[in-house]
Design a protein around this ligand. Structure first.
Ligand SMILES: [Zn+2]
Length: 634
């Protein structure tokens, strides 16, 4: 611990200051410490294993991993990739150029969609929020270049600078295509012009943070009128035939209502060139070495990453995403013990029970609302570590020895698209995992009322079988409490115990809750952080979750024999330790629904009496908050 900084003034710096002074951010990452460090360790283990599978030193223990290993080797076969250059992508680029007009686009829309080529609308299959047993078709607008619509505001210099970098990257890539110099300029200008129009007609990140606002069921005929001349009805009929839905859920009504502003006869050429550029950009990463490194310039700039990871790392990251579940199952089976799994499951159950008690004692909810909350707690499904078996879909993902890397990925992506669209006519599979076992993260799914804790997060500093209970409660315990509380936050309050959109709160309950959340918004709003400002409203759900997680675990601490509250708070600060590139911090400030890690560490403790008691924090200390300003919700 740092001697100079008192814990009472700055918990985060007192615990992490020494490390932060000397820590170096790896040049292929935007951050170091905390989550990033665990990620690095997981990667190191798995990269070693995959290197052994690839060299034949060991045999991959799952059939899906044999296929993954083939893909892994193709990434490393840089000689072949360099020799082929842009060649493997040319047929697809030609296909785009051959789309003559909107009528022709409508004709070919299904084929293009399956080949992962952008259309003027995006669609997908998600559980129907009002009845999460069945799937529904959802519609959203196209994605945009900049991280948020607010970056397009006039006078936003970061946005302008980023578009400059993006243009530089795309020019360099277009120069590798068969297009003439004039055409290259035109394609770039058109792509930018189309993107600008789209950005004026889609939701911002803040708007996306409101889940309930995504639920806009519409008659397909009505949508079709709004998006004509793009033939959405014809496209869905082509894909599903008689089973095509007549009702869709419009997640982004802005895109549907503003569709004519960005897609029409006049903008069609812009659209087509935008699609060409997007396809080129998406594919280049896995073509030659040169194209690959050109294609990452924008992302690297956005996050402050100095250079691309070494090839072996790229290979591992690729299979970790295409074969996510088998890689996660392998990781869990190999590196995560049954004893630890049992231990954490029992901790989750203990925290759920503690929440039930707190809910029963709650003073702002009506008795009938409390009852429903307790029912919701009783039915939370727990997904711990990794799934028992691999989803059979992964068994279908075969890799042909002779295919180029690009061709393999293209085939796999077609399979993935088909698989996800086939779900429309099937019941929702509640056994599906939202995160693979090798991911350092955790989540609550409001549409299923379940929580997922991948094996990779169940290690120190978050959790250790041999780590003290106080530390575990300040680490993984608070995270578990955080995830569970999402069942009752401003989003979760709208979903019942089955994950269905159904308001189970009275108006009075909600008004009382809203008044409390206002305090949380105010606590964070406007804090200046590395030259930016915190948006209290954007991060309110996650802050309420942190507050709930801390409240419930501190409650358990009081019932724990030999509880060490100092250890609890110190480990809470330790898990949020991070050193990040300034660009990345700025990006998260506008885009992330979580508060910056340093503020997560330092803001919540001051809402709790235990913090003041443990360290004797006084009014003159940096981490003091007047009692009337302290916020406690759950
Ligand atoms: Zn959360």
């Amino acid at each position: 611990m740092s001697e100079k900084i008192r814990i009472q003034d700055d918990l985060y710096q007192a615990v992490n200051g020494e490390w932060l002074k000397t820590a170096i951010i790896p040049d292929d990452r935007p951050t170091a410490g905390g989550f990033a460090e665990l990620n690095e360790e997981v990667e190191k283990l798995l990269r070693k294993d995959f290197a052994a599978f690839a060299s034949g030193e060991r045999e991959a223990p799952l059939p899906e991993l044999l296929e993954a290993t083939k893909l892994y080797k193709k990434v490393l076969d840089i000689e072949r990739r360099n020799k082929e250059g842009i060649e493997p992508l040319l047929p697809l680029l030609e296909k785009i150029q051959n789309v003559k007009d909107i009528a022709d686009l409508n004709q070919k829309a299904k084929e293009l969609a399956f080949e992962n080529i952008d259309l003027p609308l995006n669609f997908g299959v998600e559980p129907d929020m009002k009845n999460t047993e069945v799937n529904s078709l959802i519609l959203v607008g196209p994605s945009i270049i900049l991280p948020d619509t607010t970056y397009y505001d006039e006078g936003n210099q970061t946005g302008q600078a980023l578009l400059g970098v993006w243009s530089q990257m795309v020019s360099a890539l277009l120069a590798k295509t068969p297009l003439s110099g004039e055409e290259q300029k035109q394609y770039l200008a058109d792509a930018l012009a189309f993107d600008k129009k789209v950005a004026q007609n889609v939701k911002s990140q803040l708007e996306w943070a409101d889940y309930v606002a995504n639920y806009n069921p519409m008659d397909l005929k009505e949508v079709a009128k709004k998006v004509a001349p793009f033939d959405i009805q014809g496209l869905l009929k082509e894909i599903w035939g008689e089973a095509a839905p007549s009702r869709v859920i419009v997640y982004d009504p802005k895109a549907i209502n503003g569709f004519a502003n960005y897609f029409n006869e006049e903008t069609f050429p812009l659209f087509l060139h935008w699609t060409y550029v997007n396809t080129l950009l998406g594919a280049s990463r896995w073509l030659s070495e040169e194209l690959s490194s050109l294609s990452t310039l924008y992302r690297r700039t956005l996050m402050g990453i100095q250079k691309d990871p070494v090839l072996e790392k790229q290979a591992y990251q690729l299979i970790g995403s295409y074969y996510a579940e088998p890689v996660g199952v392998y990781y869990g089976r190999t590196y995560f013990g049954e004893e630890a799994k049992k231990d954490v499951v029992s901790l989750v159950k203990e925290i759920i029970e503690a929440y039930k008690t707190r809910m029963a004692d709650n003073v702002f909810l009506k008795p009938e609302t409390k009852e429903k909350a307790i029912l919701k707690l009783s039915t939370i499904a727990i997904k711990m570590g990794y799934p028992d078996k691999v989803d059979p879909f992964y068994g279908e993902l075969k890799v042909e020895e002779n295919d180029s890397l690009y061709a393999s990925l293209h085939k796999l992506s077609i399979q993935r698209i088909k698989h996800s669209l086939e779900k429309l006519t099937k019941p929702v599979d509640r056994g599906e995992w939202a995160m693979p076992g090798h991911m350092v993260n955790a989540c609550y799914n409001p549409f299923a009322n379940d929580i997922t804790f991948p094996a990779a997060i169940l290690q120190k500093p978050f959790y250790g079988l041999d780590q003290s209970r106080s530390r575990n409660l300040g680490g993984i315990g608070a995270v578990i409490g955080h995830e569970i509380s999402h069942a009752f936050d401003n989003n979760g309050a709208s979903f019942d115990e089955k994950g269905n959109l159904a308001n189970w709160w009275t108006e009075e309950d909600y008004a009382a809750f809203k008044a409390l959340t206002k305090g949380m918004i105010e606590e964070f709003d406007g804090i200046s952080f590395y030259g930016g400002r915190v948006n209290g409203e954007l991060i309110v759900s996650e802050n309420i979750a942190d507050n709930g997680g801390m409240g419930v675990t501190l409650g358990i601490m009081h019932q724990t024999e030999g509880a060490d509250f100092a250890e609890y708070f110190e480990n809470w600060a330790r898990v949020w330790c991070i050193k990040a590139q300034p660009q990345y911090i700025q990006l998260l400030l506008t885009n992330d629904v979580h508060a910056p890690a340093e503020l997560r560490a330092n803001m919540q403790p001051r809402n709790f009496e235990e913090w003041y008691e443990t360290f004797g924090v006084k009014e003159t200390d940096g981490m003091y908050l007047a009692p009337e300003k302290r916020v406690r919700i759950w």
